[in-house]
Design a protein around this ligand. Structure first.
Ligand code: URA
Length: 196
């Protein structure tokens, strides 16, 4: 990405958000109410990456504000983390119809136009991948949450921490147990960020 030295990183992040709100580069824009760029400071050391906006996010333009978001907030709070320290976003910025899984071409278009630029600007120490879509998108097609969850993974020089999607924890007790354990591990890692 071309760095615009006349704009601060926060301003550049906001420029990307404005572009996302106007984006019509894939079919998902047709049925969205609001695109959801993501939220958090440009200086965030941790990025949380989900799949795509759901109904509440589409209605408000804010990430993880529905039931999965409330669950996520509790997981974060248990580890003494608040949203102010994090940048929270999704692989696709517009809600897929009926909350279907984003398609490969939608993921490719959206991540190369927006997510990659957001990550380049923020340059986080750690990206927390929530669920299978985010995990495959960042770590490749053969990566699976069941193999990688609860552990640090380094891929192309970037630190990742993989866990299940909070929406899955609302549906399956075993995922809830696992995601709690994963966030405990994450909390311990973050007490000593020098280890990252
Ligand atoms: N699920 C996601 O993956 N992202 C959101 O923002 C909300 C629900």
């Amino acid at each position: 990405m071309m760095k615009d030295e006349s704009r601060t990183p926060s301003e550049q992040l906001e420029d990307l958000a404005s572009g996302i709100r106007r984006c019509v580069s894939c079919r998902l824009h047709k049925r969205r109410r609001h695109a959801v760029p993501g939220e958090g400071p440009a200086s965030a050391e941790i990025v949380l990456l989900g799949e795509g906006p759901g109904g509440k996010e589409d209605a408000t333009g804010r990430p993880f504000v529905g039931p999965a978001g409330h669950y996520l907030d509790k997981l974060l709070e248990n580890q003494g983390l608040t949203r102010e320290r994090l940048f929270i976003t999704n692989c696709v910025k517009c809600r897929p119809p009926e909350n279907r899984t984003p398609r490969r071409d939608e993921l490719k278009t959206c991540t190369s136009l927006w997510l990659e630029k957001q990550l380049e600007l923020i340059s986080p120490n750690l990206i927390v991948l929530l669920g299978q879509v985010a995990t495959r998108q960042m770590l490749g097609d053969t990566a699976t949450v069941s193999d990688l969850h609860g552990k640090l993974a380094n891929h192309k020089g970037q630190n990742y921490f993989v866990t299940y999607h909070p929406a899955a924890a609302l549906r399956f007790d075993w995922v809830a147990d696992t995601i709690h354990a994963d966030f405990e591990t994450l909390g311990k890692l973050l007490v000593r960020p020098a280890d990252l």
